[in-house]
Every structure is written in C-alpha cells, then in structure tokens.
Design a protein around this ligand. Structure first.
Ligand SMILES: Cc1cc2nc3c(=O)[nH]c(=O)nc-3n(C[C@H](O)[C@H](O)[C@H](O)COP(=O)(O)OP(=O)(O)OC[C@H]3O[C@@H](n4cnc5c(N)ncnc54)[C@H](O)[C@@H]3O)c2cc1C
Length: 536
C-alpha cells in the first residue's frame, strides 16, 4: 500500500512544481494524476512565457510576477525555452490611449518595452499587416509545457519525489476534521486503493472544484475554455501580441517550425470539454488576419483547446474579466485539517505558486527548509562532448532535438542502444526526428501505457504529418516494445492514436489540409477500416 506525508493531486505544471519543491525540501511527497502527466491546461495552451506585458494595464501584480518568473524559468529550464523575444503591435483599429497606458504599466511593472520604428518592425516580422501603427519589443519567449513539466518530475525524483499516473482521486478520507488519506482508482485496471497521508494538495486545475467537492468542500473554480490553432509554418519570429485590451485571437507564438494562434475565453461546466468547432476556428482566423493579412494562406495543422482554472472568489468576475492571479485555500478554515487547494495563475508563474504552496505546507509540518527551486536547474544539460560523440547516429538536426527531449541520462541510454544496434537509427517519425532507439527506450518506461504517452515525451506524431505516416509504425513498435499488456491490442491502440489526432484536424478541414487528410483517411480506411469521419 502506498503511503506519503504529502499527496499532490494533479500532474499539471502546478502539481509537478509542488512535487519538486517539497521533495527538494526533504518532504516525502507523492503526486497522483488521473491521466498522463500534463493532461490539462499545461499542454493545451499557447506556450507563451509571459514577460507580463499582457497584464501591464489590467493586473500589475500578475505582470510583476511574470517578469520575475520569466527570468527564473529561462535560467532553470534552458532546454524548455525558445528565446524568441516578443513584439507588441498596435493596429490602426486599436485605441491609441491604451498604448499610452500600456507603456506606463510596463514601466511600473519592471518590464522593458523598447519602442522600435515601423521599418524595424517589418524587418523583424516581414509578414505583419501594413496597418501596424507602432511596435515595441518585450522579453516574451516560447516555452514547452510538456518538457518543462517532465523535467520537474525528473528533478523531484532525484530528491525522492514519486509520481503515479492513471490514478484518479475519487475520495478524500477524513476523521474528526482531519485528513487521513486519498482514495484513488487506477484508470487502466479499475483497482482502487487508499493512500495514507498527512496532507493533500488539490492542484487539479479546472477540476479543482470537483476534487474539493469529494471532501464536501466548496471552491469557486470556473473552467474557462480557450481554443488555439496550430499552423504548419513559422509565421512569426517573435511572440506577437496585439497592443490592445486583451481579446480573442491576438497572440501568435512560434514554436520550432510551427506557430500557435490563440485564444478565446468561454466559461464551460466541465474542464473535460476540449472540443473545438469550425465556428471557433473561423473566429480566430478572422481576428488573427488583422495582424497577419495572409494568415489564411498558411496550412493549419490542427485546433485544440484547454481550460483555464480561473479562481472565482464569492461575487468575483468570470471569463476575460476574471483575475489571472492564483489563490491558495487552507481548508483547515473550513473544518478539514491537512487539505489545501491551489488554483488559478498561469504556466509562467507555476514555480512561484508551488513555492508559496510548499511554504504553507512546510510551516504546518514544522519543516524549516527554504525553497531552492529558483536556483537549481531542472535537469543538467547533455554535454557538448556527448552530443558530438553521438552525432553519427542521428539525422542532421536530430542530435540536439533528442538531447533536449531526453536529458543526459536517457540520452546516454538511447546512444547505448544505437551503439549496440546501429539499425535503430531508423526514424519512426520523420517530422520530429524520432529514432527507433528513442521510441523503444521511452516505450519501455513504466509510465507509458499508450502511444499518446510516448507522443507527449518524444513528440512523435506532432509534426507536419500529424501522425499520418508514423501512426502505423508507432502502433507496431508499441506492440513490440511496450511495457504493458495494452500494447498487444495494436489496432485499437492505433485507432485511439489516430482519433486523437483527427479530433484536432476536423475543425480545420479546408484547402490543403482537407486534401491531405482525405488521402490519409482513404489509406487508413482501406487498409485498416479506421474511419476519420466518425468515432470508432
Ligand atoms: C487556452 C489557454 C491558453 C493559455 N496560454 C497560456 C500561456 O501562453 N502562458 C501561460 O503562462 N499560461 C497560459 N495559460 C494558463 C495555463 O495553461 C494554466 O494556468 C496552467 O497550465 C494551469 O496548470 P495547472 O497545473 O494548475 O492545471 P492543469 O494543467 O489543468 O492540471 C491539472 C491536472 O489535474 C488532473 N486531475 C484532475 N482531476 C484529477 C483527479 N480527480 N485525480 C487526479 N488528477 C486529476 C488533470 O488531469 C490535470 O492533468 C493558458 C490557458 C489556456 C486554457
């Protein structure tokens, strides 16, 4: 039977940050996540490492937190951050008074906003609309949510931190006003067990209200859905924000070879709802093309959506007007000692949220260790010598990609596999340069129950072809190398994987995307009776 001093509920950025922080302070901590890690908003977002510019007018406290955390995350998570820089642009249809307030807000929040000439703006971002009236550079960046969250777990492990995926919390055990443990169900096998603990931290994001309700508690959490579009090209070099009062479709974030455009804001009853529609796609395109006039010429890869866990205090605003700040609730005040909820905030501020949460828990446990998460890098970098020695096994850009994905220990294991069997340099996924050796290494990890778990770690199926060519190979290889029994159900696993990919493709089926998808659908339907049009 599992036991821990602290159980963290939820494996998003907030939960993994708390796991790392507490583990580094020597607290015996176990994280439980109902799906794979990063199942919620922490992978269903723009991936913008905010400079704080977005909040400089409306919420200067959030803006100040962002700029400080922005600098820290660049330092501790180098391989997760793409230092693109950011540009705010005001269009002829945007309010000039807002620009004045924004410049003042940035100065007051400690965000460097450097005005540039229009000539310079078009040199840096040649595809920008000619309706741009003014432009500023800010220290925004792009951040990989999957990788940063995984690296937090890797770091926690080194300090004894543990995590269990596919374990859903279905009950909170309590007696005489004190927490005794959490009841979890293994969502793969259906088995249930009680994990004894002194403290439980509800870090379940948009689901935090539901988890609190398991203990008979009420927490004002409003899941707020935002839809995003991924384009197959790098349309911008910088993160480009519209300089106006925040609205839909006004942020473009470049990541590797793609660009993400977002987002919208819609209150929804259940954080599980990640559906997207053609109408939402059209809304984003029609606003987005004001900043980049030729937006519709670019091939869309997919649409996806996530739920912001907005904290709504009694009588507080919802939707875009709701605060993007975070809240920590000590439920001892509600009559349950040992239970906490942390909710709200942003990916950019996850480390700070974890620090504040860990401070409170440590105070209760009588632990006086200080937070060290801002100083110590998440994982060590793969050395240049190791990369140089391994270069012969990888395709042209593949060594660096594999090294940043894998970190030093796993990279060394993959290289060993390649040394022993050089034919394993064959690519499973050409778009993301994933070798057979890397796939095999990850597939054999205890926490990989399905192809999607491998996808989240390796990015297999996430590139230009969206799994069209690698789904079949991945399914076959998973059956061969997968650790769990589920791997044997090859066709079912392939359908699951493809349906997941097609879910995001359906709302963007126009032009070239439609033609390519029809071809793929025909291939899979004729060979395996897998139909992209309806759920199998
Ligand atoms: C569309 C959109 C765009 C955004 N863009 C940005 C951005 O560019 N930059 C930025 O900094 N922030 C951004 N955000 C905000 C940011 O994504 C979130 O604030 C942050 O990721 C929340 O992390 P979290 O860990 O609190 O929640 P989540 O990441 O949602 O994690 C909660 C986890 O709890 C798990 N869980 C739920 N119930 C249970 C249970 N019963 N048992 C076990 N596990 C459970 C879920 O499966 C999930 O994995 C955006 C959000 C959205 C929705």
């Amino acid at each position: 039977m599992e036991k821990a001093t602290v159980v963290v509920i939820g494996g998003g950025a907030t939960g993994v940050g708390i796991l790392r922080d507490l583990s580094m302070r020597g607290v015996d901590t176990l994280l439980v996540e109902k799906c794979d890690l990063v199942n919620g908003a922490s992978s269903r977002y723009h991936g913008l490492l905010h400079s704080g510019g977005r909040y400089a007018v409306k919420d200067q406290e959030a803006a100040k937190e962002c700029i400080i955390e922005n600098q820290i995350l660049r330092k501790i998570g180098k391989s997760c951050v793409e230092t693109t820089g950011g540009m705010f642009v005001r269009l002829n249809i945007d309010d000039p008074d807002y620009e004045e307030a924004w410049v003042k807000g940035c100065a007051e929040s400690g965000i460097e906003a450097k005005p540039i000439t229009l000539e310079e703006a078009f040199r840096l971002e040649p595809l920008l609309s000619k309706n741009v009236q003014s432009a500023y550079l800010v220290p925004d960046a792009a951040i990989d949510g999957f990788r940063m969250s995984w690296q937090n777990v890797e770091s926690a492990k080194r300090y004894g931190g543990r995590s269990l995926t596919y374990r859903e919390v279905i009950g909170i055990e309590q007696a005489n006003g004190e927490l005794k443990g959490v009841k979890v169900r293994n969502t793969i096998t259906g088995e249930e067990e009680i994990i004894e603990c002194e403290v439980a931290i509800n870090a379940a994001g948009g689901w935090a209200g539901k988890v609190a309700a398991l203990a008979g508690l009420e927490v004002g959490v409003q899941p707020d859905k935002g839809t995003l579009l991924a384009f197959n090209q790098r349309i911008t070099n910088h993160v480009v924000n519209r300089l106006h009062k925040s609205s839909d479709g006004d942020i473009f974030v470049p990541h590797g070879s793609i660009t993400i455009l977002g987002t919208s804001s819609m209150s929804i009853p259940d954080a599980e709802d990640t559906s997207t529609s053609r109408a939402e796609v059209e809304n984003l395109l029609s606003i987005g093309e004001k900043t980049f006039e030729h937006l519709r010429d670019y091939r869309m890869l997919r649409a996806f959506a996530g739920s912001r866990p907005l904290y709504i205090p009694p009588g507080g605003a919802v939707g875009r007007s709701a605060s993007r700040g975070f809240a920590i609730v000590d439920h001892e005040e509600d009559g349950l000692k040992g239970m906490f909820t942390i909710v709200g905030g942003k990916f950019t501020t996850y480390r700070l949220m974890a620090e504040k949460m860990a401070d409170k828990v440590c105070a209760k446990l009588g632990n006086t260790e200080k937070c060290r998460t801002a100083e110590e890098p998440l994982v060590p970098e793969v050395s240049e010598e190791a990369k140089k020695a391994a270069r012969k096994y990888f395709p042209a850009y593949g060594t660096n990609l594999a090294a940043t994905r894998l970190g030093p220990e796993r990279f060394a294991k993959v290289v060993k596999r390649l040394e022993e069997a050089p034919e394993k340099r064959e690519l499973v996924c050409e778009c993301e340069n994933v070798t057979l050796a890397e796939f095999e290494e990850i597939a054999q990890e205890e926490s990989c129950y399905q192809i999607n778990d491998i996808r989240r770690r390796t990015r297999v199926g996430m590139g230009t072809c969206q799994g069209n060519f690698c789904a079949l190979r991945s399914a076959g290889l998973f059956a061969k190398y997968g650790k769990h029994e589920r791997a044997a159900e090859t066709l079912t696993r392939m359908k699951e994987f493809l349906q997941g990919r097609w879910k995001g493709i359906r709302p963007v089926l126009v032009g070239r995307t439609l033609r390519e998808t029809q071809m793929t659908r025909a291939l899979y339907e004729l060979s395996f009776h897998v139909n992209g049009g309806k759920k199998e």
